[in-house]
Design a protein around this ligand. Sequence first.
Ligand code: PLP
Length: 372
Amino acid sequence: MQMLDLVHRRRREGRDTIMLCAGQPATGAPASALAAAGDELHASALGYTEVIGDRDLRETVAAWHSETYGVDTAAEKVVITTGSSGGFVAAFLATLDHGDVVALSCPGYPAYRNILGSLGARVVDLVCDETTRFQPTADMLEALPAQDRPKAVIVTSPGNPSGTIIDPAELERIAKWCEDNGAVLISDEDYHGMSFGRPLATARQFSDRAIVVGTLSKYFSMTGWRVGWLILPDELITPVENLQASLALCAPAISQIAGRAAFSPEARAELDTHVERYRAARRVLLHELPKIGFTRFAEPDGGLYLWLDVSHVTDDSEAWCHELVEEIGVAFAPGVDFDPVNGHKWVRLSLCAPESETREACRRLGEYVSAR
Ligand SMILES: Cc1ncc(COP(=O)(O)O)c(C=O)c1O
């Protein structure tokens, strides 16, 4: 977020800056969602919705989830939240006590660690690299010592920052391990809808004890509308509803109405064109980065990111990212937030910039690196 602020400041000053640090689509909501929001603005007082979310949206999410993955997800199991961020807080509060252990992949999305820390949970890192395509495995869980056996396990696929997709068979093994060991599986499926070819499985294919987290922020291109959802096992529905009643009362009403329209076939056709743009940016990065000496990275299977080893040019990725913005007007996200141990040697690149800007960023980076 600091890098984003820096980019915005430079752009206000009229200084050209290519933004490869963003964790959000550069596109807006699909046209049908905008039209639905416009209609609703005039038609409704926009009061609170049901605490667990607008019934029609819950049914829409349930139908989409059922059709996409061949599962039977009932609307009763879906709770609409203020972004998936709101869903995480509710899910953690509903499942964890102070001092409980949560296992998650490192590198990983920093907010889990931050929220869990503030709730008094203890994070156990599942250190992931190219040997497991930057995804955790059931073997890693099995190898944890007794004192680190988790109460919950978080899996993120496609990953942030890795962009890798966990193999369905491995997700199944993790789901089984969680069931056998009394751990709650929390599957962050925020980047679903964005695969460059690999199959994407939902954790609910393998366990109806799993919590699935989803959002309108990524594939659905409605980041600032702040709508996400949880798909919950039966016994967590009422606790999460009660928490949500106190934490948020409800997700934004206008966004829920607009969000419904984002699942329509016309909206999906529009959203799928965005995925083609991410695919094009990915192709550029996979082609250009090795040519300029950056050969170690997680090859993105989906999502919005590429995780890049920069250890041959810096051991302080944060300082290096600031340097790159100042010197060549290219912004990456430093790895330190995603990996507290090795992140100083890594950066995260976003696939959200147009192909031409991504190419230009590689050109500038190549020139800069070869001049040193
Ligand atoms: C892996 C992951 N989970 C959750 C979120 C939170 O997204 P939101 O609250 O917008 O749904 C993000 C945002 O970048 C993310 O990358």
